[in-house]
Ligand binder design. Structure first.
Ligand SMILES: [Zn+2]
Ligand SMILES: [Zn+2]
Length: 367
């Protein structure tokens, strides 16, 4: 989630509303689309991996009552009784991917597989002072959860950003929903997903009658996992590589240089032999992974060039000013600032710009 686009003339495929069709993509691998409404995204792909024990689900969508109805209806169309779901794989710690995992486990005892570093943003945040009573009221149930790492893990959702920008604001309903999940008060709808198996890079996962290999691909988040089936060349890509948009690179996570991590994880994709079909979490399955990886890298290199040119022209400026040169006005806001910050930090760590904090607390960058 949290992807954005920089130019658009037609409706991007990641933005399309979900189709009701459950599509078979490869033996034992089907695609169920679930509705989500997030910036730039119209659906999330939940991949159904069938085997003789039942099914595994990769990224079963958002938490909440409405999302649960869509998920169970979709499983119905796929002919899978909920109790046959034995495994949930969560590609990364964003709510459109992990949302229903906790509830599925409550209902079926399914195991939950994530990367070792899977962590919900509040696991390291300070306590909030929000009241609890209203959390379990009707209002919380259908709340969507916004981008989880668009706020500082160290200070929680209301703290200042590391670059001194305005704190990210989420509305009260969503804040309550987060609070509920975080404190285990979410009941069925907002059950906290607790991984039962945490994997690292290059572990084998037997799913869909295949031997998938886990690939740790940090960048979009530090805990991002892709699955690769070397025998057939199938890759389940999560948000790491999407067909037409680039995943959000947040400057708010624990990584020192998330963009460098992302570049390295993209290069990793190019090293895989014989990749055929790629199954992204948003948009349609595609082929030509290496080309797509190259164009995403080129996109970020262009963004870095814009920042270099802006720094040369402006001299010294805060993150919000750089953001305005990098993003179209409709995208301005905390996510754009966070991504701008990630790019500026990449330049700073490679010695191309320096950063200083001024009296008003804002971090300024200059060549
Ligand atoms: Zn996503
Ligand atoms: Zn994501």
């Amino acid at each position: 989630m949290g992807e954005h686009q920089h130019a658009t003339s037609t409706l991007r495929e990641e933005r399309l509303p979900p189709s009701d069709e459950v599509e078979e993509l490869a033996p034992g691998v089907r695609r169920l689309q679930l509705p989500i409404s997030m910036p730039g995204l119209g659906h999330v792909n939940c991949y159904i991996l069938d085997d003789n024990r039942g099914a595994a689900l990769v990224d079963p969508g958002l938490p909440g009552r409405g999302a649960w109805k869509h998920l169970t209806a979709g499983l119905g169309r796929a002919g899978i009784p909920l109790k046959r779901v034995h495994t949930v794989v969560v590609t990364h710690s964003h709510p459109d991917h992990f949302g229903a995992a906790g509830r599925i486990r409550q209902e079926t005892g399914a195991r939950i597989i994530t990367h070792r570093d899977f962590r919900l943003w509040w696991d390291t945040a300070d306590e909030e002072s929000e009241g609890v009573e209203s959390v379990t009221g009707a209002g919380a149930n259908d709340a969507l959860l916004e981008h989880p790492d668009a706020r500082d893990r160290r200070t929680g959702p209301t703290g200042p950003t590391p670059w001194g920008g305005a704190p990210y604001r989420i509305n009260r309903r969503r804040r309550l929903a987060y609070f509920a999940m975080r404190h285990g008060l979410g009941g069925r709808w907002f059950a906290t997903p607790k991984p039962t198996r945490r994997v690292v890079d290059l572990e084998v996962l037997s799913l869909a009658g295949r031997e998938f290999v886990s690939l740790h691909t940090p960048g979009h988040t530090i805990d991002h996992l892709c699955l690769h089936d070397p025998d057939s060349g199938l890759v389940i890509a999560g948000d790491h590589v999407l067909p037409t948009i680039t995943p959000h690179i947040s400057g708010l996570g624990p990584a020192r240089d998330p963009l460098a991590q992302y570049f390295a994880s993209l290069d990793r994709m190019k090293e895989l032999d014989g990749v055929g079909l790629v199954l992204p979490a948003h948009g349609h399955p595609f082929t030509g992974l290496s080309d797509r990886v190259e164009s995403i890298k080129a996109h970020h290199r262009e963004r870095l060039d814009i920042l270099r040119a802006t720094a040369d022209r402006l001299g010294r400026a805060p993150v919000a000013t750089f953001m305005k040169h990098l993003f179209r006005e409709r995208s301005w806001g905390s996510m754009a600032e966070s991504e701008t910050y990630a790019h500026l930090e990449h330049l700073r760590l490679s010695g191309e710009v320096t950063a200083t904090r001024s009296d008003d607390g804002l971090v300024h960058y200059e060549p």
